[in-house]
Write a protein that binds this ligand. Structure first.
Ligand SMILES: NC(=O)c1ccc[n+]([C@@H]2O[C@H](COP(=O)([O-])OP(=O)(O)OC[C@H]3O[C@@H](n4cnc5c(N)ncnc54)[C@H](O)[C@@H]3O)[C@@H](O)[C@H]2O)c1
Ligand SMILES: [Zn+2]
Length: 351
């Protein structure tokens, strides 16, 4: 078991262990003073894990209600947001009651925004059940729903009171969803940890889940502690994402986030070498590890169309776009590029 402490606008623990779901009641009790909790989950996760979580909460005297959304990104909607708020109000949930997100990043982001909004803030616990949610979306307090104009356009910074990562739940993930999480794990390794990179290279999909999740969570925690509201260091987490988001967008979201990030990571590594930030060994190592996790590293989309999408990104700062570029495996720097020079910077990969 590993416990990571986060010191943000709210201090809380992220607990990582096998079999935590059965101890949900024990862990959540201190955060459920009123002994009532609403569990929000999706229709893939519910048949697998909802009864274990409810039974454990009920056995410690916590009364539960639950709300099940259809699985998939389309559920991170304004309609579901309002429907869940109304559900909480109909059940007369109060400020001393708790909302628990049981599921992947979709459930976590939506539930977090509900928790931030209901009565202007209610107790909130995350039980992530995908690798991506464990290492990324459940850490850092960003919550969101999608709008017609784009993903994550409405939301709030709202930290949970507790995060429980039971990595046994990863055993039921599809290969595709697991690989998506692996792309984020590889991102952390390239960003900050040669030793994590070596461990992944040596063990591939049999990596030590507890250690790897704890390493990634600690890295994100360190960055969030320094920059909760995303004014500086948190930008590093965008490694592979600036190009990756454009690819994901261009595919009309038919390509998964993890695959798009993998391609984005490979492209940025090549362009980084060309601009003199890293050597060819770094590029080869990054490409090799992505391929060995069955992640893609190429795209047929044209540079022009991807750059147009990048320029419409909400994270753009005025006349520049900041890329995170590797200098070596485990060390990256921020590279702000004038809009007029972006095509020249990215062209080496596309030509
Ligand atoms: N808040 C943040 O900081 C942050 C960071 C990264 C990503 N995100 C968001 O996270 C979302 C993606 O998260 P995700 O990849 O977890 O997607 P997801 O929640 O859609 O889960 C992927 C699929 O796996 C299923 N699933 C979940 N747990 C399972 C389990 N244990 N066994 C079997 N199936 C399971 C889900 O039902 C779904 O079909 C996106 O909406 C993205 O915007 C947020
Ligand atoms: Zn990501």
């Amino acid at each position: 078991m590993k416990t990571i402490q986060v010191n943000a606008s709210r201090n809380y623990d992220i607990v990582i262990d096998a079999g935590l779901l059965e101890k949900t009641g024990e862990y959540c009790s201190p955060f459920c003073p009123n002994k009532r909790a609403a569990i929000i989950t999706d229709d893939t996760v519910a048949p697998l894990y909802l009864s274990t979580v409810e039974n454990s909460l009920n056995s410690t005297g916590i009364e539960t209600i639950h709300y099940i959304i259809p699985s998939g990104e389309a559920s991170k909607s304004g309609e579901n947001f309002l429907a869940i708020l109304n559900f909480l109000a109909e059940h007369q949930m109060t400020r001393t009651d708790t909302v628990i997100a049981l599921g992947g990043g979709v459930v976590g982001d939506l539930t977090g925004f509900v928790a931030a909004s209901y009565l202007r803030g209610i107790g909130f616990i995350q039980i992530p059940t995908t690798l991506l949610a464990m290492v990324d979306s459940s850490v850092g307090g960003k919550t969101a729903i999608d709008l017609t104009a784009g993903k994550n356009l409405a939301g709030a910074f709202y930290q949970p009171q507790l995060v429980l990562c039971d990595y046994l739940t990863l055993n039921t993930l599809s290969k595709e969803v697991f690989a998506d999480g692996c792309a984020e794990v590889i991102k952390y390794a390239v960003l900050n940890s040669p030793s994590l990179f070596n461990h992944l290279e040596q063990n591939l999909l049999d990596f030590d889940r507890e250690m790897v999740i704890a390493e990634c969570v600690s890295m994100k925690r360190d960055i969030v502690n320094r920059d909760e509201f995303e004014s500086g260091p948190r930008k590093f987490l965008n490694l592979g994402h600036t190009v990756g988001h454009a690819i994901e967008h261009r595919s009309a979201f038919t390509l998964s986030h993890g695959k798009a990030v993998s391609i984005g990571l490979s492209i940025i590594a090549t362009c980084s070498e060309n601009a003199g930030f890293c050597n060819s060994e770094t590029v080869k190592s990054i490409n090799r590890i992505l391929k060995s996790f069955n992640l893609p590293i190429t795209t047929d989309y044209a540079l022009d169309e991807l750059v147009d999408i990048m320029l419409s990104d909400k994270k753009r700062d005025g006349k520049k776009l900041t890329f995170v570029v590797p200098e070596s495996v485990g060390k990256c720097v921020l590279h702000a590029i004038n809009i007029a020079d972006i095509k020249t910077f990215l062209n080496p990969w596309f030509k």
